[in-house]
Design a protein around this ligand. Structure first.
Ligand code: ADP
Length: 491
């Protein structure tokens, strides 16, 4: 099958969070299974160009219709660790992708609407006719809308669309401008409840809703979150739309690329290890402590890695730092936040704990350091308010770093409490789970984890091994996505 991934992120060249990892891992798995896979991305100025091989021009002159005129683009091709990628570079005064960042600009909606339009124009004009176009999140949600309403009648009538929602919080709610810019036009047509009109703001259109309505199949990234999206408020207003389209909606758990995230092969850690050589993990703890100026000694090291967003339960993260320090544990945080208030909060924590030899707060994005933390820490916390899938707990499991998580979304599908997962056999229990989003709940889990580490090291080690023995590779999800592609292809 010929599959094109349309995505704003791809690890490790353009990665903000889990979406980038997912596109990379899924593409690789689909290729291993004999499919032809290409990814189309914006050509951001701030990408990690050191991870792109053989970058060369694929098409000099791609003219993309925009606001009744056209923008001149260059299409580049290159390999990202073996994955085939096209990068779209517009030449216009808007400088859509030369902003020194991926997201966070006032005109994000226009930037990604343009990207989506340019991607379809490229496929059309280059004569590329994938069997399936797989779109992701609000940024590329207009692809099925434009495909059905515009491109179908000019030569792209065989293409089918799978649309994956990685995060319902950002939906691309906007005005009619984007209809005008892309050439979709006809606001009166798209402003209908059955199409793109936002379910609550009647004066707005909702790109994610358009993606759901127009795609041949819609997925989110774990079965539990698919349920939450339909039956709780976690789809942020799209529950009724999902209900109307329930026959084409489901949850598929994300995988982890075990070539990129594997303690046996990891190039960024000083001591490789596996489940049979687990004691070699501890050299990484030493190395992490050396690197971050944390004192060595007999104490557990707890980590947090992730975006510092309200979604991630930042109050609980902050509380966990102090709780760990009060209870003879060490703490390492690696995170960044575009939100000034949250950023400020963690700068204050960092300043406050600056001289503390048991703690390090690293505010920023650092892929290489994240590998060392996964390998060096004993436990990793994920106290999210909501979590569609979550990759940090899955990577933690693979690295023998015991997850302590709140029971939501994909966390509930993948982490099973050592003491309370009564429906699981002992060897399937792999972490600590709490339910309420309050201090007491996370404290109780942290306490159980820290106590186990000190008092029953053998039991703690079993928990590490149970995690390392889990298979959260792309093997199963890859097969599920292929089933969906096959199903929609023949519709
Ligand atoms: P989300 O997609 O909501 O950001 P996930 O848990 O699905 O969360 O994925 C997070 C991914 O981003 C993981 O691979 C994690 O290691 C990585 N990551 C998040 N923040 C940072 C950071 N500050 N530095 C390095 N890697 C990070």
């Amino acid at each position: 099958m010929y599959i094109v991934q349309l995505s704003p992120e791809l690890a490790p060249v353009a990665k903000v969070g889990g979406l980038g990892d997912v596109i990379f891992g899924l593409s690789r798995e689909l290729e291993i299974r004999g499919n032809h896979v290409e990814t189309i991305l914006p050509k951001y100025d701030c990408m990690r160009y050191d991870h792109i091989y053989g970058l060369q021009i694929e098409m000099h002159d791609l003219w993309v219709p925009w606001y009744g005129g056209a923008i001149h683009c260059t299409v580049w091709f290159g390999f990202v660790h073996g994955r085939k990628c096209f990068f779209l570079e517009p030449h216009s005064a808007d400088n859509y992708f030369n902003r020194g960042c991926y997201y966070g600009c006032d005109d994000d909606i226009m930037r990604f609407a343009f990207f989506t339009k340019a991607a379809l124009e490229f496929l059309l004009k280059a004569g590329r006719r994938p069997d399936v176009i797989h779109c992701h999140d609000w940024q590329t949600a207009l692809a099925p809308v434009m495909l059905y309403e515009m491109y179908q009648c000019i030569g792209m009538d065989q293409q089918r669309v799978c649309y994956t929602i990685h995060n319902f919080k950002h939906q691309g709610v906007t005005g009619s401008e984007v209809l005008h810019a892309t050439g979709l036009g006809r606001p009166e047509y798209y402003y209908s409840y059955e199409r793109l009109r936002d379910n609550f703001n009647t004066g707005a259109i909702n790109l994610m809703k358009g993606g759901i309505v127009y795609s041949n199949f819609v997925t989110t990234v774990s079965p539990q979150h698919a349920w939450e999206a339909r039956f709780t408020d976690q789809s942020c207003g799209l529950g009724h739309t999902l209900d109307l389209h329930q026959q084409k909606f489901g949850g598929i758990l994300n995988g982890v690329d075990y070539e990129m995230w594997n303690p046996e092969l990891d190039r960024y850690i000083p001591s490789n290890y596996g489940v049979k050589t687990i004691e070699q993990k501890f050299a990484n703890k030493d190395s992490l402590r050396d690197r971050l100026w944390i004192r060595k000694g007999y104490s557990p090291l707890i980590a947090y890695i992730g975006r510092l967003d309200a979604q991630k339960g930042v109050d609980l993260v902050r509380h966990a730092i102090y709780y760990a320090l009060w209870n003879n544990a060490q703490f390492v945080l690696l995170g960044s936040s575009p939100d000034p208030a949250i950023n400020q909060m963690f700068w204050e924590v960092k300043t406050h704990l600056n001289d503390n030899q048991d703690c390090h707060i690293e505010l920023g994005f650092n892929e290489e350091l994240s590998h060392l933390i996964y390998a060096g820490a004993d436990m990793i916390i994920v106290p999210s308010n909501f979590e569609p899938c979550g990759l940090t707990q899955l990577i933690g499991l693979k690295y023998g770093t015991v997850p302590i998580v709140r029971s939501v979304g994909g966390l509930a599908d993948t982490v099973f409490d050592k003491d309370f997962a009564h429906d699981k056999a002992l060897h399937e229990r792999n972490g600590f789970v709490f339910h309420e989003a309050d201090y007491h709940a996370i404290e109780y889990s942290l306490e159980r984890a820290i106590r186990l580490w000190y008092d029953y090291p053998e039991h703690f080690r079993h928990l590490m091994e149970n995690g390392m023995n889990c298979d959260f590779s792309w093997n199963h999800p890859g097969a599920h996505y292929l089933n969906i592609y096959e199903y929609i292809r023949h519709k």
